[in-house]
Design a protein around this ligand. Structure first.
Ligand SMILES: *[C@@H]1O[C@H](CO)[C@@H](O)[C@H](O)[C@H]1NC(C)=O
Ligand SMILES: *[C@@H]1O[C@H](CO)[C@@H](O)[C@H](O)[C@H]1NC(C)=O
Length: 428
Protein backbone atom coordinates (compact mmCIF):
# COMPACT_ATOMS: atom_id res chain seq x y z
CA UNK A 1 0.00 0.00 0.00
CA UNK A 2 1.30 3.41 -0.90
CA UNK A 3 1.71 5.77 1.99
CA UNK A 4 0.16 9.13 1.28
CA UNK A 5 2.72 11.82 1.93
CA UNK A 6 1.59 15.28 2.96
CA UNK A 7 2.60 17.81 0.40
CA UNK A 8 4.61 20.53 2.23
CA UNK A 9 2.46 23.67 2.26
CA UNK A 10 3.96 26.67 0.64
CA UNK A 11 2.84 29.82 2.44
CA UNK A 12 3.51 32.04 -0.46
CA UNK A 13 0.32 32.09 -2.53
CA UNK A 14 -1.72 29.98 -0.02
CA UNK A 15 -5.47 30.70 -0.52
CA UNK A 16 -5.99 30.49 3.26
CA UNK A 17 -3.51 33.26 3.91
CA UNK A 18 -5.07 35.42 1.20
CA UNK A 19 -8.48 34.94 2.78
CA UNK A 20 -7.18 35.95 6.22
CA UNK A 21 -5.57 39.12 4.89
CA UNK A 22 -8.73 40.08 3.00
CA UNK A 23 -10.77 39.44 6.16
CA UNK A 24 -8.58 41.72 8.25
CA UNK A 25 -8.76 44.49 5.66
CA UNK A 26 -12.53 44.25 5.44
CA UNK A 27 -12.69 44.36 9.24
CA UNK A 28 -10.74 47.63 9.26
CA UNK A 29 -13.01 49.18 6.66
CA UNK A 30 -16.20 48.27 8.58
CA UNK A 31 -14.65 49.43 11.85
CA UNK A 32 -14.23 52.83 10.26
CA UNK A 33 -17.69 52.95 8.70
CA UNK A 34 -19.66 51.51 11.64
CA UNK A 35 -17.83 52.41 14.84
CA UNK A 36 -20.82 51.24 16.99
CA UNK A 37 -21.15 47.91 15.30
CA UNK A 38 -23.66 46.65 12.77
CA UNK A 39 -26.53 46.10 15.18
CA UNK A 40 -26.75 49.47 16.87
CA UNK A 41 -29.40 50.48 14.35
CA UNK A 42 -31.56 47.45 15.09
CA UNK A 43 -34.92 48.90 16.16
CA UNK A 44 -35.74 45.73 18.10
CA UNK A 45 -33.09 46.66 20.60
CA UNK A 46 -34.03 50.30 21.02
CA UNK A 47 -34.87 49.88 24.69
CA UNK A 48 -31.60 48.30 25.73
CA UNK A 49 -29.65 50.76 23.62
CA UNK A 50 -31.35 53.64 25.27
CA UNK A 51 -30.61 52.18 28.67
CA UNK A 52 -26.98 51.61 27.76
CA UNK A 53 -26.70 55.19 26.55
CA UNK A 54 -28.26 56.45 29.75
CA UNK A 55 -25.75 54.40 31.68
CA UNK A 56 -22.85 55.95 29.80
CA UNK A 57 -24.21 59.42 30.35
CA UNK A 58 -24.76 58.73 34.00
CA UNK A 59 -21.19 57.58 34.39
CA UNK A 60 -19.79 60.68 32.73
CA UNK A 61 -21.82 63.13 34.79
CA UNK A 62 -20.97 62.14 38.35
CA UNK A 63 -20.83 65.80 39.23
CA UNK A 64 -24.61 66.12 38.66
CA UNK A 65 -26.52 63.89 41.14
CA UNK A 66 -29.89 65.23 39.91
CA UNK A 67 -29.17 64.08 36.42
CA UNK A 68 -28.10 60.67 37.75
CA UNK A 69 -31.31 60.36 39.70
CA UNK A 70 -33.34 61.27 36.64
CA UNK A 71 -31.57 58.73 34.54
CA UNK A 72 -32.06 56.10 37.21
CA UNK A 73 -35.80 56.70 37.28
CA UNK A 74 -35.67 56.59 33.50
CA UNK A 75 -34.18 53.11 33.74
CA UNK A 76 -36.76 52.03 36.28
CA UNK A 77 -39.67 53.19 34.13
CA UNK A 78 -38.14 51.53 31.08
CA UNK A 79 -37.83 48.28 33.01
CA UNK A 80 -41.45 48.60 34.06
CA UNK A 81 -42.70 49.24 30.56
CA UNK A 82 -40.61 46.32 29.43
CA UNK A 83 -42.38 44.09 31.94
CA UNK A 84 -45.74 45.46 30.82
CA UNK A 85 -44.90 44.74 27.19
CA UNK A 86 -43.88 41.22 28.10
CA UNK A 87 -47.14 40.71 29.96
CA UNK A 88 -49.14 42.01 26.99
CA UNK A 89 -47.19 39.76 24.67
CA UNK A 90 -47.99 36.81 26.91
CA UNK A 91 -51.67 37.67 26.91
CA UNK A 92 -51.72 38.09 23.16
CA UNK A 93 -50.01 34.77 22.83
CA UNK A 94 -52.67 33.14 25.00
CA UNK A 95 -55.43 34.67 22.86
CA UNK A 96 -53.69 33.51 19.73
CA UNK A 97 -53.46 30.01 21.12
CA UNK A 98 -57.17 30.04 21.95
CA UNK A 99 -58.00 31.21 18.45
CA UNK A 100 -55.78 28.50 16.97
CA UNK A 101 -57.51 25.95 19.16
CA UNK A 102 -60.92 27.04 17.91
CA UNK A 103 -59.81 27.01 14.29
CA UNK A 104 -58.31 23.58 14.74
CA UNK A 105 -61.51 22.24 16.31
CA UNK A 106 -63.67 23.82 13.65
CA UNK A 107 -61.59 22.24 10.91
CA UNK A 108 -61.84 18.86 12.56
CA UNK A 109 -65.58 19.14 12.95
CA UNK A 110 -65.95 20.03 9.31
CA UNK A 111 -63.95 16.91 8.66
CA UNK A 112 -66.41 14.90 10.70
CA UNK A 113 -69.49 16.31 9.04
CA UNK A 114 -68.07 16.52 5.59
CA UNK A 115 -68.49 13.86 2.98
CA UNK A 116 -66.64 10.59 2.89
CA UNK A 117 -63.06 11.05 1.84
CA UNK A 118 -59.90 9.20 0.97
CA UNK A 119 -57.28 8.78 3.64
CA UNK A 120 -54.46 10.83 2.15
CA UNK A 121 -50.71 10.16 2.24
CA UNK A 122 -48.64 8.72 5.08
CA UNK A 123 -48.31 10.97 8.11
CA UNK A 124 -51.05 13.41 7.10
CA UNK A 125 -54.04 11.59 8.59
CA UNK A 126 -55.58 13.00 11.76
CA UNK A 127 -58.57 11.39 13.39
CA UNK A 128 -61.14 13.30 15.35
CA UNK A 129 -61.21 13.77 19.08
CA UNK A 130 -63.30 16.94 19.28
CA UNK A 131 -66.93 15.93 19.18
CA UNK A 132 -69.71 18.36 18.33
CA UNK A 133 -71.42 20.14 21.18
CA UNK A 134 -75.06 19.28 21.75
CA UNK A 135 -77.78 21.75 20.89
CA UNK A 136 -78.56 23.66 24.11
CA UNK A 137 -81.92 22.77 25.63
CA UNK A 138 -83.11 25.52 27.96
CA UNK A 139 -86.36 23.75 28.79
CA UNK A 140 -84.37 21.33 30.96
CA UNK A 141 -83.93 23.95 33.65
CA UNK A 142 -84.92 27.54 32.84
CA UNK A 143 -83.86 28.83 36.25
CA UNK A 144 -80.33 27.44 35.96
CA UNK A 145 -80.20 28.56 32.34
CA UNK A 146 -80.93 32.14 33.36
CA UNK A 147 -78.29 32.04 36.08
CA UNK A 148 -75.64 30.61 33.76
CA UNK A 149 -76.30 33.29 31.18
CA UNK A 150 -75.18 35.81 33.80
CA UNK A 151 -72.22 33.89 35.16
CA UNK A 152 -70.63 31.86 32.38
CA UNK A 153 -67.79 33.21 30.26
CA UNK A 154 -67.66 31.81 26.72
CA UNK A 155 -70.10 29.10 27.83
CA UNK A 156 -67.75 27.85 30.50
CA UNK A 157 -68.18 27.71 34.26
CA UNK A 158 -66.49 26.24 37.33
CA UNK A 159 -68.94 24.20 39.43
CA UNK A 160 -68.53 22.94 42.98
CA UNK A 161 -70.97 21.10 45.24
CA UNK A 162 -70.91 21.98 48.92
CA UNK A 163 -72.80 21.21 52.11
CA UNK A 164 -72.19 22.56 55.60
CA UNK A 165 -69.62 19.86 56.39
CA UNK A 166 -67.08 21.65 54.19
CA UNK A 167 -67.90 25.25 55.06
CA UNK A 168 -64.46 26.37 56.24
CA UNK A 169 -62.71 24.83 53.22
CA UNK A 170 -65.34 26.41 50.96
CA UNK A 171 -64.27 29.80 52.29
CA UNK A 172 -60.64 29.17 51.30
CA UNK A 173 -61.87 27.84 47.95
CA UNK A 174 -63.85 30.93 46.91
CA UNK A 175 -61.45 33.40 48.52
CA UNK A 176 -58.70 32.21 46.19
CA UNK A 177 -60.96 32.13 43.16
CA UNK A 178 -61.87 35.73 43.86
CA UNK A 179 -58.24 36.70 44.41
CA UNK A 180 -57.23 35.23 41.05
CA UNK A 181 -60.10 37.18 39.47
CA UNK A 182 -62.11 34.29 38.03
CA UNK A 183 -65.69 35.50 37.40
CA UNK A 184 -67.32 32.33 36.09
CA UNK A 185 -67.85 30.00 39.01
CA UNK A 186 -70.87 28.66 40.82
CA UNK A 187 -71.45 26.85 44.09
CA UNK A 188 -74.22 24.27 44.01
CA UNK A 189 -75.43 24.49 47.60
CA UNK A 190 -76.71 21.27 49.12
CA UNK A 191 -78.30 22.93 52.15
CA UNK A 192 -79.77 26.30 53.11
CA UNK A 193 -76.93 27.21 55.38
CA UNK A 194 -74.50 27.13 52.44
CA UNK A 195 -76.92 29.24 50.38
CA UNK A 196 -76.86 31.92 53.08
CA UNK A 197 -73.10 31.62 53.56
CA UNK A 198 -72.48 32.14 49.84
CA UNK A 199 -74.94 35.01 49.54
CA UNK A 200 -73.40 36.84 52.48
CA UNK A 201 -69.99 36.50 50.81
CA UNK A 202 -71.08 37.55 47.34
CA UNK A 203 -70.47 34.07 45.95
CA UNK A 204 -72.68 32.90 43.05
CA UNK A 205 -74.84 30.12 44.41
CA UNK A 206 -77.51 27.79 43.10
CA UNK A 207 -79.75 25.36 44.95
CA UNK A 208 -81.58 22.62 43.14
CA UNK A 209 -85.29 22.14 43.43
CA UNK A 210 -86.15 19.48 46.00
CA UNK A 211 -85.67 16.09 44.44
CA UNK A 212 -86.62 12.96 46.36
CA UNK A 213 -83.80 10.69 47.43
CA UNK A 214 -81.00 12.67 45.90
CA UNK A 215 -81.46 15.51 48.33
CA UNK A 216 -81.32 13.43 51.45
CA UNK A 217 -77.87 12.29 50.29
CA UNK A 218 -76.99 15.90 49.75
CA UNK A 219 -77.89 17.06 53.24
CA UNK A 220 -76.42 14.27 55.28
CA UNK A 221 -73.94 12.66 52.96
CA UNK A 222 -70.27 12.18 53.60
CA UNK A 223 -67.58 12.85 51.01
CA UNK A 224 -68.22 9.88 48.76
CA UNK A 225 -72.00 10.17 48.70
CA UNK A 226 -71.77 13.81 47.67
CA UNK A 227 -69.19 12.85 45.05
CA UNK A 228 -71.72 10.51 43.46
CA UNK A 229 -74.37 13.20 43.43
CA UNK A 230 -72.29 15.53 41.29
CA UNK A 231 -72.62 13.33 38.22
CA UNK A 232 -76.38 13.85 38.31
CA UNK A 233 -76.10 17.56 38.93
CA UNK A 234 -73.62 18.20 36.12
CA UNK A 235 -75.87 16.70 33.47
CA UNK A 236 -78.13 19.73 33.34
CA UNK A 237 -75.21 22.10 32.85
CA UNK A 238 -74.11 20.14 29.80
CA UNK A 239 -77.64 19.85 28.47
CA UNK A 240 -77.90 23.62 28.67
CA UNK A 241 -74.86 23.76 26.40
CA UNK A 242 -72.19 24.77 28.92
CA UNK A 243 -68.73 23.32 29.39
CA UNK A 244 -68.17 22.57 33.05
CA UNK A 245 -65.01 22.54 35.10
CA UNK A 246 -66.01 20.46 38.10
CA UNK A 247 -64.03 21.30 41.21
CA UNK A 248 -63.95 19.67 44.60
CA UNK A 249 -63.76 22.03 47.57
CA UNK A 250 -60.32 20.96 48.81
CA UNK A 251 -58.67 22.86 45.97
CA UNK A 252 -56.67 26.08 46.00
CA UNK A 253 -56.84 28.14 42.80
CA UNK A 254 -53.63 30.02 42.00
CA UNK A 255 -54.25 30.91 38.33
CA UNK A 256 -57.26 30.98 36.03
CA UNK A 257 -57.62 27.37 34.82
CA UNK A 258 -59.50 28.45 31.68
CA UNK A 259 -56.21 29.83 30.36
CA UNK A 260 -54.68 26.36 30.58
CA UNK A 261 -57.18 24.03 28.92
CA UNK A 262 -56.93 22.38 25.50
CA UNK A 263 -60.67 21.90 24.92
CA UNK A 264 -60.10 19.21 22.30
CA UNK A 265 -61.57 16.29 24.23
CA UNK A 266 -64.83 15.25 25.83
CA UNK A 267 -63.10 14.97 29.19
CA UNK A 268 -59.94 16.74 30.29
CA UNK A 269 -58.98 15.68 33.78
CA UNK A 270 -56.35 16.09 36.43
CA UNK A 271 -54.48 12.94 37.33
CA UNK A 272 -53.64 11.08 40.51
CA UNK A 273 -50.28 10.24 38.90
CA UNK A 274 -47.03 11.72 40.18
CA UNK A 275 -44.61 11.53 37.25
CA UNK A 276 -44.65 11.23 33.46
CA UNK A 277 -45.20 7.50 33.50
CA UNK A 278 -47.92 7.26 36.09
CA UNK A 279 -49.73 10.36 34.84
CA UNK A 280 -49.56 9.79 31.10
CA UNK A 281 -49.40 6.00 30.79
CA UNK A 282 -46.68 3.36 30.53
CA UNK A 283 -45.90 -0.19 29.57
CA UNK A 284 -45.76 -2.28 32.74
CA UNK A 285 -44.18 -5.67 32.20
CA UNK A 286 -45.70 -8.59 34.09
CA UNK A 287 -43.28 -11.46 34.66
CA UNK A 288 -44.41 -15.08 34.69
CA UNK A 289 -41.20 -17.22 34.69
CA UNK A 290 -43.11 -20.50 34.23
CA UNK A 291 -43.91 -19.36 30.69
CA UNK A 292 -40.23 -19.56 29.75
CA UNK A 293 -39.64 -17.85 26.44
CA UNK A 294 -42.90 -15.89 26.83
CA UNK A 295 -42.43 -15.02 30.52
CA UNK A 296 -42.91 -11.27 29.95
CA UNK A 297 -46.44 -10.03 29.40
CA UNK A 298 -46.78 -6.35 28.62
CA UNK A 299 -49.58 -4.41 30.25
CA UNK A 300 -50.82 -0.86 29.83
CA UNK A 301 -51.10 1.19 32.98
CA UNK A 302 -52.14 4.68 33.91
CA UNK A 303 -52.92 6.21 37.29
CA UNK A 304 -56.59 7.11 37.61
CA UNK A 305 -58.06 10.43 36.59
CA UNK A 306 -59.12 12.51 39.54
CA UNK A 307 -62.89 12.77 39.57
CA UNK A 308 -62.62 15.84 41.80
CA UNK A 309 -61.29 18.12 39.09
CA UNK A 310 -62.19 17.65 35.45
CA UNK A 311 -63.41 19.67 32.49
CA UNK A 312 -66.22 18.40 30.27
CA UNK A 313 -67.41 19.71 26.95
CA UNK A 314 -71.16 19.51 26.34
CA UNK A 315 -71.02 16.51 24.02
CA UNK A 316 -72.93 13.25 23.82
CA UNK A 317 -70.00 11.13 25.08
CA UNK A 318 -69.57 13.44 28.08
CA UNK A 319 -73.26 13.24 28.96
CA UNK A 320 -73.27 9.50 28.42
CA UNK A 321 -70.33 9.22 30.81
CA UNK A 322 -72.26 11.10 33.51
CA UNK A 323 -75.28 8.85 32.99
CA UNK A 324 -73.22 5.69 33.11
CA UNK A 325 -71.42 6.71 36.28
CA UNK A 326 -74.57 7.93 38.05
CA UNK A 327 -76.41 4.77 37.00
CA UNK A 328 -73.73 2.44 38.29
CA UNK A 329 -73.36 4.35 41.55
CA UNK A 330 -77.06 3.93 42.25
CA UNK A 331 -76.98 0.22 41.36
CA UNK A 332 -73.71 -0.46 43.24
CA UNK A 333 -73.98 1.67 46.38
CA UNK A 334 -70.66 0.46 47.79
CA UNK A 335 -68.62 1.40 44.77
CA UNK A 336 -66.24 4.35 44.77
CA UNK A 337 -67.25 7.05 42.32
CA UNK A 338 -63.69 7.74 41.17
CA UNK A 339 -63.08 4.08 40.31
CA UNK A 340 -66.38 3.91 38.40
CA UNK A 341 -65.62 7.17 36.59
CA UNK A 342 -62.30 5.76 35.39
CA UNK A 343 -63.61 2.34 34.41
CA UNK A 344 -66.37 3.87 32.30
CA UNK A 345 -63.94 6.28 30.73
CA UNK A 346 -61.13 3.86 29.90
CA UNK A 347 -62.30 0.27 29.43
CA UNK A 348 -62.79 -0.72 25.77
CA UNK A 349 -65.77 -2.54 24.35
CA UNK A 350 -65.66 -6.29 24.79
CA UNK A 351 -68.10 -9.19 24.60
CA UNK A 352 -71.26 -8.17 26.42
CA UNK A 353 -70.08 -4.62 27.00
CA UNK A 354 -70.09 -1.47 24.91
CA UNK A 355 -67.32 0.89 25.93
CA UNK A 356 -67.86 4.62 25.99
CA UNK A 357 -65.01 5.74 23.70
CA UNK A 358 -64.97 9.32 24.86
CA UNK A 359 -61.99 11.47 23.93
CA UNK A 360 -59.90 12.14 27.01
CA UNK A 361 -56.89 14.23 27.91
CA UNK A 362 -54.71 14.16 31.00
CA UNK A 363 -53.89 17.56 32.44
CA UNK A 364 -50.29 18.59 33.17
CA UNK A 365 -49.58 17.24 36.66
CA UNK A 366 -47.36 20.19 37.60
CA UNK A 367 -50.00 22.76 36.63
CA UNK A 368 -52.98 20.84 37.99
CA UNK A 369 -51.12 19.50 40.98
CA UNK A 370 -52.23 16.82 43.41
CA UNK A 371 -50.96 16.97 46.96
CA UNK A 372 -48.70 13.93 46.57
CA UNK A 373 -46.76 15.71 43.84
CA UNK A 374 -46.51 18.81 46.01
CA UNK A 375 -45.50 17.23 49.29
CA UNK A 376 -43.38 14.33 48.00
CA UNK A 377 -41.57 16.00 45.12
CA UNK A 378 -42.12 19.66 44.43
CA UNK A 379 -41.48 21.16 47.86
CA UNK A 380 -38.09 19.36 48.04
CA UNK A 381 -36.84 20.42 44.62
CA UNK A 382 -35.34 23.89 44.31
CA UNK A 383 -36.38 24.23 40.66
CA UNK A 384 -39.88 22.78 40.93
CA UNK A 385 -40.51 24.99 43.95
CA UNK A 386 -40.34 28.00 41.63
CA UNK A 387 -43.21 26.71 39.47
CA UNK A 388 -46.59 28.24 40.06
CA UNK A 389 -49.35 25.66 39.63
CA UNK A 390 -52.79 26.57 38.34
CA UNK A 391 -54.46 24.67 41.15
CA UNK A 392 -53.40 22.47 44.04
CA UNK A 393 -55.78 19.69 45.06
CA UNK A 394 -55.34 18.34 48.59
CA UNK A 395 -56.69 14.98 47.48
CA UNK A 396 -53.97 12.77 48.94
CA UNK A 397 -54.23 14.01 52.53
CA UNK A 398 -56.89 13.79 55.23
CA UNK A 399 -55.69 16.96 57.02
CA UNK A 400 -56.98 19.00 54.10
CA UNK A 401 -57.77 22.27 55.80
CA UNK A 402 -54.36 22.99 57.41
CA UNK A 403 -52.59 21.90 54.23
CA UNK A 404 -54.83 24.14 52.12
CA UNK A 405 -53.92 27.09 54.31
CA UNK A 406 -50.23 26.18 54.04
CA UNK A 407 -50.50 26.10 50.24
CA UNK A 408 -51.96 29.62 50.33
CA UNK A 409 -49.19 30.78 52.69
CA UNK A 410 -46.53 29.33 50.40
CA UNK A 411 -47.80 30.30 46.96
CA UNK A 412 -49.78 33.45 47.72
CA UNK A 413 -48.02 35.00 50.71
CA UNK A 414 -44.55 33.78 49.79
CA UNK A 415 -43.87 32.18 53.15
CA UNK A 416 -41.01 29.90 52.10
CA UNK A 417 -41.25 27.40 54.95
CA UNK A 418 -45.04 27.11 55.05
CA UNK A 419 -45.06 23.58 53.65
CA UNK A 420 -42.30 22.25 55.93
CA UNK A 421 -44.26 21.12 59.01
CA UNK A 422 -46.22 18.43 57.15
CA UNK A 423 -45.14 14.83 56.58
CA UNK A 424 -45.13 13.52 52.98
CA UNK A 425 -48.09 11.26 53.62
CA UNK A 426 -50.52 10.96 56.48
CA UNK A 427 -49.57 9.06 59.64
CA UNK A 428 -52.82 7.06 59.37
C1 LIG B 1 -29.76 43.95 22.89
O1 LIG B 1 -28.47 44.34 23.24
C2 LIG B 1 -27.97 43.82 24.45
C3 LIG B 1 -26.58 44.37 24.71
O2 LIG B 1 -26.50 45.68 24.30
C4 LIG B 1 -27.99 42.29 24.38
O3 LIG B 1 -27.56 41.74 25.63
C5 LIG B 1 -29.35 41.80 24.02
O4 LIG B 1 -29.33 40.39 23.85
C6 LIG B 1 -29.87 42.46 22.77
N1 LIG B 1 -31.26 42.07 22.55
C7 LIG B 1 -31.73 41.77 21.36
C8 LIG B 1 -33.19 41.42 21.31
O5 LIG B 1 -31.05 41.78 20.36
C1 LIG C 1 -41.80 14.48 31.11
O1 LIG C 1 -42.48 14.83 29.94
C2 LIG C 1 -42.24 16.16 29.50
C3 LIG C 1 -43.08 16.40 28.27
O2 LIG C 1 -44.32 15.87 28.40
C4 LIG C 1 -40.76 16.34 29.20
O3 LIG C 1 -40.52 17.66 28.82
C5 LIG C 1 -39.95 15.98 30.44
O4 LIG C 1 -38.58 16.05 30.14
C6 LIG C 1 -40.31 14.61 30.92
N1 LIG C 1 -39.62 14.37 32.17
C7 LIG C 1 -38.91 13.27 32.40
C8 LIG C 1 -38.27 13.17 33.75
O5 LIG C 1 -38.80 12.39 31.57
Amino acid sequence: MAIRREKPQSFRGSPVLVAIVVGILLGCVFALLYPRGFFSSDPANATTRRTAKSDRQAASSCESPDRVRMLKSDIVSLTESNALLKKQARELNEKLQMAEQEKDHAQKQVLLLGKQQKAGPFGTVKSLRTNLAVLPDESVNPRLSKLLKEIAVQNEVIVALANSNVKEMLEVWFTNIKRVGIPNYLVVALDDHIVDFCKSNGVPVYKRDPDEGVDSIARTGGNHAVSGLKFRVLREFLQLGYSVLLSDIDIVFLQNPFHHLYRDSDVESMTDGHDNRTAYGFNDVFDEPAMGWARYAHTMRIWVYNSGFFYMRPTLPAIELLDRVAGRLSREPNSWDQAVFNEELHFPSHPGYDGLHAARRTMDYYLFMNSKVLFKTVRKDAKLKQLKPVIVHLNYHPDKFPRMKAVVEYYVNGKQDALEPFPDGSDW
